[in-house]
Design a protein around this ligand. Structure first.
Ligand SMILES: Nc1ncnc2c1ncn2[C@@H]1O[C@H](COP(=O)(O)OP(=O)(O)OP(=O)(O)O)[C@@H](O)[C@H]1O
Ligand SMILES: [Mg+2]
Length: 520
């Protein structure tokens, strides 16, 4: 009986590429099927006779030459090294190579064993990239949270001052004071505009760090695309054509509509900017099932399964180099000139898509164009929007409101606004104090308006304690970012009233009135 391993079978079946070449001619005299496959040859006999060094990328020629010389001189094995090969069809593959001088069929030869590590490197890069984005997100989220409070104070006081000036305009005042009022109004408008710009930036950072409060609803993507296309046309020059290909069917996703619009807007504007003269932007929708065989082959998608709705945005613009592609989702990365781009568009898109449990892919070639594919989980059932907004007109009232906020300046601003509207206002700087104030007051309190994250007792806990002796108490939460005590994965618990910081005093007044009248 033969106890030897059948070496020939082993070599044929191994997934590792094996090649033997003649030292004097550098011609390949043996190649196993794995080597032929890696080099993109259908038939192994076509590889025989080819010069092995022709497969080596120019950047690696010198290294390979030295390795061959070393092996010939010493007869020793050349240890494992990363090299780049070029396949028959011109693709570049990173390989790990080990080589050893041998005698094969009576010839001085070299045995080369190599395997593809491009995919491994790719995955490592992707992991590094997402870890980096995660870290930047954490930082951005923290900054944005603090900025929200500051912006509420700046914007709010400007709004109050402006109101005071407008209310006193009908009174008889000296011309010099009137001039001063006009001057102050102009300056306040500048403050207001700057605050709005800063608020937009802060919200983009919050979106990137996936800390934005979402109010998701079921959206049929095809209907959405048709509607959105009409709006987006206005942003795009006439010499850019927008083509739409929609896969028929109920392509429903569960996402915040305003945020989805932001995704569309940012991707479309980027495409527009990438097209220099005339060009095309294509929007395509399609359902994909990641459990199907084809997609399983893509190793990067191991974590992803189930049905997704894909929305692809393609343009035939300038495209992006590989180096640029690595950085595009980082906040403040831009290749646009100063004043043209901030570099927050794709960061926003990335955050929104991630927070909605989706993912985004980019494919681009310099000079040819780019495709961004956004994948969002497909939903089969219709889910009702939990956060519908009811419009009210008159914001004034006489009810009693307990304001709980630990930042003194923000608290004072809210108190002043609510008192101006006629409400009776009690205040506290934390949950403990709120309970104490309410007990001492000992009369009906209509609304608790509380920050979510506070030292000592948080907003949620104080609402529970207060409701135990104030059963009719309505609650309105405010926060700069999502917090687990009232928000789970960025989605509000059903029935929770919430207002996002930085608070505009007008929307605060409207929200308070609406909750007191309608409970929402
Ligand atoms: N469709 C595209 N074609 C070519 N390059 C693109 C495309 N989309 C994005 N880029 C590149 O990615 C960079 C970052 O895009 P991002 O939208 O984040 O910022 P921006 O467009 O520069 O500024 P902002 O969107 O904040 O106004 C761009 O500056 C550009 O270099
Ligand atoms: Mg942009």
């Amino acid at each position: 009986m033969n106890h030897e391993l059948p070496i020939r079978d082993l070599v044929e079946l191994l997934p590792t590429a094996i090649v033997v070449y003649d030292v004097s001619t550098k011609e390949i005299i043996f190649a196993n099927p794995a080597a032929c496959k890696l080099l993109k040859y259908d038939k192994c006999e076509d590889v025989i006779g080819l010069v092995v060094t022709n497969f080596v990328h120019p950047d690696y020629q010198e290294t390979v030459k030295k390795r061959i010389e070393y092996m010939i001189r010493t007869g020793m094995t050349a240890e494992l090294l990363v090299e780049k090969f070029i396949t028959k069809n011109g693709d570049e593959v990173l390989v790990e190579v080990i080589a050893k001088p041998i005698t094969y069929k009576g010839k001085n030869s070299i045995l080369v064993i190599f395997y593809n590590i491009s995919e491994k490197i790719n995955m490592e890069e992707q992991l590094k990239q997402s870890a980096k984005l995660e870290a930047i997100g954490l930082l951005a989220g923290g900054v944005a949270h603090d900025f929200n409070n500051i912006l509420t104070i700046i914007g709010g006081h400007a709004e109050l001052l402006n109101k005071k000036i407008i209310n006193s305009e009908h009174e008889i005042i000296a011309p010099v004071i009137k001039d001063l009022c006009e001057y102050a109004k102009r300056k306040l408008k500048t403050i207001n505009d700057a605050t709005n710009r800063a608020t937009k930036l802060t919200n983009q950072l919050l979106a990137f760090s996936r800390k934005q409060i979402m109010s998701p609803e079921t959206i049929n993507i095809n209907e959405f695309v048709v509607k959105e296309k009409e709006l987006l046309k206005k942003l795009i020059r006439e010499d850019i054509e927008i083509l739409v290909f929609l896969e028929p069917g109920d392509n429903n996703i569960f996402i915040d509509e305003t945020q989805l619009s932001l995704v569309f807007m940012n991707l479309m504007i980027n495409s527009k900017d990438a097209i220099q003269d005339i060009g095309k932007i294509t929007i395509e929708t399609k359902t994909v099932n990641f459990d199907d065989g084809d997609f399983n082959k893509q190793k990067q998608m191991k974590e992803i399964s189930g049905k997704y709705v894909m929305i692809a945005f393609s343009d035939d613009g300038i495209g992006m180099s590989k180096e640029i592609q690595k950085k595009i989702f980082e906040p403040f990365f831009t290749t646009k000139e100063i004043g043209k781009g901030v570099g927050l568009g794709l960061s926003t898109v990335y955050g929104i898509v991630k927070q909605s449990n989706g993912f985004i892919w980019v494919y681009s070639e310099l000079g040819k164009g780019s495709t961004f594919k956004v994948y969002l989980p497909k939903v089969e059932k219709y889910v009702v929007n939990i956060n519908k907004h009811i419009k009210v007109k008159d914001f004034s009232g006489t009810e009693t409101i307990l304001v709980v906020e630990d930042e003194t300046d923000v608290r004072d601003l809210i108190i002043e606004t609510l008192r101006d509207l006629g409400y009776k206002v009690l205040s506290a700087s934390n949950g403990f104090e709120a309970v104490k104030v309410a007990k001492e007051y000992n009369k009906k309190i209509d609304l608790l308006f509380t920050d979510v994250v506070m030292p000592k007792m948080d907003g949620r806990e104080s609402a529970i304690q207060l409701s135990s002796f104030l059963p009719e108490l309505k609650v309105l939460y405010m926060s700069g970012y999502t917090d687990n005590t009232i928000v789970h994965r960025g989605i509000l618990d059903p029935g929770t009233n919430f207002i996002q910081k930085p608070i505009s005093l007008n929307s605060l007044a409207e929200k308070v009135r609406s909750i007191l009248d309608n409970g929402t």
